[in-house]
Write a protein that binds this ligand. Sequence first.
Ligand SMILES: [Fe+2]
Ligand SMILES: [Fe+2]
Length: 290
Amino acid sequence: MDHKITMENLQEIIQSIPLLSASASRLLQVTANPDHELEEVISLVKTDANLTARVLKVVNSAAFGLMTEITSIDRAISYLGERIIVSIAIGDCAGKLFEKELSGYEAAGGALWKHDLRTAIAARELVVQSGADISPDLAFTAGLLHDIGKSLISDYLKDTAPDAVSQISSQDSYDYLAAEEKLVGIPHTVAGYELAKAWQLPNELCEVILHHHKPSEAAEEARALTYAVHLGDNIAMLGGFGTGSDSLQYHLDSGYNEYLNLPPKVLDSVMLEVDIEFQKLEQSLEGMGG
Ligand SMILES: [Fe+2]
Ligand SMILES: [Fe+2]
């Protein structure tokens, strides 16, 4: 494919993608509300037999090394935490989008999931460490979804990775987003944002997806969260886990200081923490969308 994507094409692509299940959609809405109770999450999961089965399978997987099997869904959810429940729900509905090979970015299957999972862990940890008034679990979800637009435009970007990189090095394009826009008409941020709207994701998540490379442009109520994901994304890329040809081909906005109190020492420890947590989660969530 070598033609540009119009907004109309993009809507067609989005219509070909399954909607989130009702329970996944509700779960994202509920957990985005800072005042929600764990009970609401538990009763939502209980309405979905597939999700319940998956949650029990994950909690009893070897990665968590429990001595006795957990058979109660209430206990499983308390033990795993909301972010893992949300990951399982997203993976069940949209796993294929995360697992597909992104040939437009010269990235193997699964690379997006790994990058997103690392970004999610880092964004959550940054929020925790900074003491910002943001839900750490919401930061995790936002990290997980931030680059979803790549799987929508990747096929159209096929064979353009060398052009994109050379446009940036010759300063014809400011960053990979600008290169995507020149090459196929729509950057992955806009593609992801349109999908997020079609999925009726909470507004904060839509903002993060659209602005994660330019967090200062996010709506004020979502800006600190967007900075956390922006930094988390960079930590994932610096750790060697980008999604392929675009890794580190963006600009870091150092204005995060205004929103997140993060001394440099903390940033180093977050990098280490991401590695440790990633090993555990990757193993326990293995087979996501596969
Ligand atoms: Fe991105
Ligand atoms: Fe990213």
